[in-house]
Design a protein around this ligand. Structure first.
Ligand code: SAM
Length: 259
């Protein structure tokens, strides 16, 4: 039975066996690993994953695809969760930690999904995701690069980001309009910079990058008193994209109270 790809669910199915193999190999799986796949679709990654694993949990929003997977996958080893992944508390879904998460993500929700999953990073051993190339660049960007912003800082707070490889549109059916890339997000075993109040850090970084062309002094003028910059040896005339994660954490911890 033919499945017509649903645009609203960001359905672009992987068809290139080399790419599928490279993603699964990058995960270095042991049979006993706890693994969650987001958006299994027609099973392009699901079946090769099941060849290596005793057990796999998948989260898929499309009921038709869940029914289809149930009809051909070994359901004794596959836990099918029909849900919107943005509403699933991933840490509650499994009983054995840490887990590995993998997915050729629906691009229309990839950024909110990354923020959603980063909250549970301490339960996660690693995440391997297919993303729009542009989002992969933002995750991995360093200060002063055009792609550097809130996503880079908040992701790098929790994880080391490894850009693995580029994937062309022809690797999917139907082909997406954009280039893609596979990234590995490796949660830090020990956070390199600890925010006293994570929500405050997030708000500060959001405020800074909502005015990324201004100087940091002007972008944060409602939040940071002028003398704070000199106290912390931060040049107030630099742009938000010139400050490192360490500097944002230092600024947030110094201010210390909700914005
Ligand atoms: N893994 C398959 C592959 O590589 O061929 C499918 C990838 S496709 C890019 C994205 C998948 O995520 C689709 O199966 C889609 O139905 C599913 N999806 C979209 N939005 C979702 C959501 N909010 N929660 C869970 N799954 C979702």
């Amino acid at each position: 039975m033919h499945h017509k790809a649903r645009k609203r669910f960001g359905q672009h199915f992987l068809t290139d066996p080399m790419i599928i193999d490279r993603i699964v190999s990058a995960m270095h799986l042991a049979a006993s690993d706890t693994v969650i796949e987001i958006g299994p679709g027609l099973g392009a990654l699901t079946l090769p994953l099941l060849q290596q694993l005793n057990q796999l949990t998948v989260i898929e929003i499309d009921r038709d695809l869940i029914a289809r997977l149930r009809s051909f996958a070994p359901t004794d080893r596959l836990t099918l969760v029909q849900a919107d992944v943005l509403k699933v508390d991933v840490a509650n879904l499994i009983t054995q930690y840490p887990c590995k998460i993998v997915g050729n993500l629906p691009y229309n929700i990839s950024t909110p999904l990354l923020f959603h999953l980063l909250q549970t990073a301490s339960h996660i051993d690693g995440m391997w995701f297919m993303l729009q190339h542009e989002v992969a660049q933002r995750l991995a960007a360093s200060p002063n690069q055009a792609a550097y912003g809130r996503l880079s800082i908040m992701a790098q707070y929790h994880c080391q980001i490894h850009y693995l490889f580029h994937v062309p549109p022809q690797a999917f059916h139907p082909p997406p309009k954009v280039d893609s890339a596979v990234v590995w997000l490796q949660p830090h075993t020990k956070l390199p910079h600890i925010a006293n109040d994570y929500a405050h850090l997030n708000q500060l970084v959001t405020a800074a990058f909502s005015q990324r062309r201004k100087t940091i002094r002007n972008a944060l003028k409602n939040y940071v008193p002028e003398h704070t910059f000199s106290q912390l040896a931060i040049d107030p005339t630099v742009r938000p994209a010139e400050l490192s994660l360490a500097q944002y954490v230092k600024l947030s911890n110094h201010l210390g109270c909700p914005l």
